[in-house]
Design a protein. Structure first.
Length: 192
């Protein structure tokens, strides 16, 4: 991996880690602060940053995995930035919870298929990142469909673990760019 791709990967996964961590604090019960006043602007910024990183990763063409992840999470963030997406406030109208459930379920399938594709030759930490992505989406979908409050807390903790894995990938990529070698074990697989 060249240093430009490594830097893009490090920055992109750091943005994802920061976003996930802030997004998971309230559902996990670690914070009771209200971020709704800045939430839309924050998600719009994250969505645009990840979109630019996805385009740059695509242009480099060396590692399409990052581009797929950045495009997906950019799309999710931009959808969250829409003023009427908040299914918690009921502003989406009738069937808002079911609509949100389908939204999370389809993203869960997307991440599941990326995870299946990564099983062959991607580093173990990337596979764990995708595992957390589809498990979190599935948990959020179950909450949206059932309304079971236990899934809110479970989703919050899954988001926090997902954020830690993303931060680990970011740190590993940054150290690789700075040191020229893998300083953190990423669980690289040999290509067949």
């Amino acid at each position: 991996m060249n240093s430009r791709n490594t830097i893009l990967s490090a920055f992109g996964f750091f943005v994802i880690a920061l976003t996930l961590w802030l997004h998971g604090l309230a559902p996990a019960g670690w914070s009771h602060g209200d971020l709704n006043s800045v939430y839309g602007g924050f998600q719009l910024t994250v969505g645009l940053v990840l979109l630019v990183l996805a385009i740059l990763s695509t242009l480099n063409g060396e590692h399409p995995y990052d581009a797929l992840i950045f495009f997906a999470l950019s799309t999710m963030a931009l959808i969250y930035a829409l003023p009427n997406f908040s299914h918690g406030s009921g502003s989406m109208g009738m069937g808002a919870h079911a609509l949100a459930g389908w939204f999370y379920l389809f993203w869960g399938f997307y991440f599941f298929f990326l995870w299946m594709g990564a099983l062959k030759n991607h580093p173990m930490v990337h596979m764990f990142f995708l595992l957390m992505a589809w498990l979190t989406s599935l948990s959020a979908a179950i909450f949206a469909f059932s309304g079971a409050q236990g899934f809110v807390v479970l989703t919050g903790y899954l988001i926090l673990v997902w954020g830690i894995v993303s931060l680990y990938i970011s740190a590993g990529s940054a150290l690789h760019a700075l040191c020229g070698k893998n300083c953190l074990p990423m669980g690289h697989k040999n290509k067949a």
